[in-house]
Design a protein around this ligand. Structure first.
Ligand code: CMC
Length: 410
């Protein structure tokens, strides 16, 4: 008999099986708790609860570790492309050269949108937030692609997944173009996934657009860093929406809606605004004191994390990427110097040491995105674009295993 855990109530003792995962802490399987004891558990934030079984992503917040299918995020960001990481998340293994080429061809073939969707965009106000537009357009895809929505068929799931990953850059770029009043730019399948997105966003039909390889690599890396992050709020939303058998495009629209909230996807914008507000290094001590003051609601944005109580491994990669982008674009924005000095001062301050507050992924990502030319309203859109692969991989994993349905009584 395997390991068990005993729960003692006032009247009796109950044994529950203990499940050991491939990595991380053991888990007490309490599925029979209510039947045996008539009691529920109370853990609304799922701080001690595994909501599902997943082989995709593992986080050890105390050690600052993030693994995708067993590979450390730093290694993937250094050595792989976003397409490789997408393949890894979807299929469980990194692709061979041929498999990658085949995957890239498949994704490339799905980058165009149904032409009717261009008309759909015109129904939005020009000053609508691009996340609002993205949420609406992705939901609307469910009214456009009817040939692949039998979610019990693995091939249909695969086609829907590929469509979502492929069309998201086109949708995001169109949302941007619509807001600035420029014509939509159609995909160019000779470019990489990320190069194509840059061209659709910043290119105009009047002149050729040359993709800057440093910017392309930096953005590709940002996509890798945001590809998946375990059972966070938006991923749990996608899983729960999908557990009723809902249309895949509608499920991803639900994920986008959840991601939009400032507590989830909006923190890099807040971090960048804070760095601008600080403005010069001599003002940093004043803001550090404010962050420590219990009577002041100000917090250091881009610092601290619900899970990471160590340096967020994604922040390390980001810091290095800022330097590369600034050098390549010859940007001399004082905001980076402020960020570096703020980080150093906070990391040496007893308040931040004691509370285990370290820079998170959002501390530097806004600085990079702004240097590339994205307005802050696009930051969360880019997050959604990248996270789509995580969402569809998690959704696929759940549907493949009927035991994983979020809540069986619908
Ligand atoms: N600046 C100053 N003090 C802080 C900060 C901060 N950024 N973060 C936490 N604290 C303090 C907080 O005041 C509290 O102090 P006390 O124990 O004396 O009351 C203590 O640290 C614990 O705070 P908490 O809010 O209970 O901790 P949490 O782990 O639940 O919060 C957090 C995590 C991300 C909400 C929080 O650190 C925060 O608000 N950070 C700033 C916003 C931010 O950068 N968010 C992006 C998160 S990463 C996004 C992603 O991965 O998708």
């Amino acid at each position: 008999m395997g390991k068990t855990a005993t729960l003692g109530t006032e009247s009796s003792n109950h044994q529950f099986p203990v499940v050991t995962g491939s990595v991380g802490p053991d888990v007490i399987d309490i599925r029979k708790l209510y039947a045996e004891t008539g009691m529920f558990t109370y853990d609304p934030g799922f701080t001690s609860t595994a909501s599902c079984e997943s082989a995709l992503t593992y986080i050890d917040g105390d050690e600052g570790v993030l693994l995708h299918r067993g590979y450390p995020i730093g290694q993937l960001a250094e050595q792989s492309s976003f397409m490789e990481v997408s393949y890894l998340l979807l299929n469980g293994e990194l692709p061979s050269k041929d498999e990658l080429a085949q995957f890239e061809t498949t994704i490339t073939r799905h980058t165009m949108l149904h032409e009717q969707l261009a008309t759909f965009y015109r129904g939005f106000r020009r000053d609508g937030h691009p996340m609002a537009i993205m949420c609406g357009v992705v939901g609307a895809l469910s009214a456009f692609y009817h040939d692949s929505t039998d979610i019990s068929d693995p091939l249909h799931r695969k086609i829907s997944s590929h469509r979502l990953i492929a069309k998201m850059p086109t949708i995001a770029a169109m949302a941007y173009k619509y807001s600035v009043g420029q014509p939509f730019v159609y995909p160019d399948n000779s470019l990489s996934y990320t190069g194509n997105f840059l061209r659709m966003t910043f290119g105009v039909p009047a002149e050729p657009y040359v993709v800057n390889p440093v910017v392309e690599k930096a953005l590709d890396r940002i996509f890798i860093l945001h590809a998946d992050h375990e059972q966070n709020a938006s991923t749990s939303t996608v899983r729960l929406a999908g557990s009723s058998g809902a249309n895949p495009f509608a499920c991803i629209a639900a994920g986008i809606a959840c991601l939009w909230g400032p507590a989830h996807g909006g923190a890099n914008e807040a971090a960048l605004n804070m760095l601008h507000e600080i403005g010069t290094p001599d003002r940093i001590p004043h803001f550090i004191e404010r962050a420590k003051d219990k009577n002041d609601p100000f917090r250091l944005m881009g610092f601290g994390h619900r899970v990471y109580k160590n340096y967020d491994p994604r922040a390390t990669v980001m810091q290095q990427t800022v330097r590369e982008v600034f050098d390549a674009l010859k940007v001399n924005d004082p905001v980076f110097e402020v960020a570096l000095q703020l980080e150093e001062m906070a990391l040496n301050d007893p308040y931040f040491i004691e509370k285990k507050l370290f820079p998170n992924v959002d501390f530097y990502s806004g600085v990079i995105l702004s240097a590339i030319g994205f307005p802050t309203t696009m930051f969360t859109v880019l997050f959604a674009l990248a996270r789509t692969v995580g969402w569809v991989a998690q959704w696929n994993e759940m549907i493949s295993d009927p035991g994983q349905i979020g809540r069986a009584h619908v």
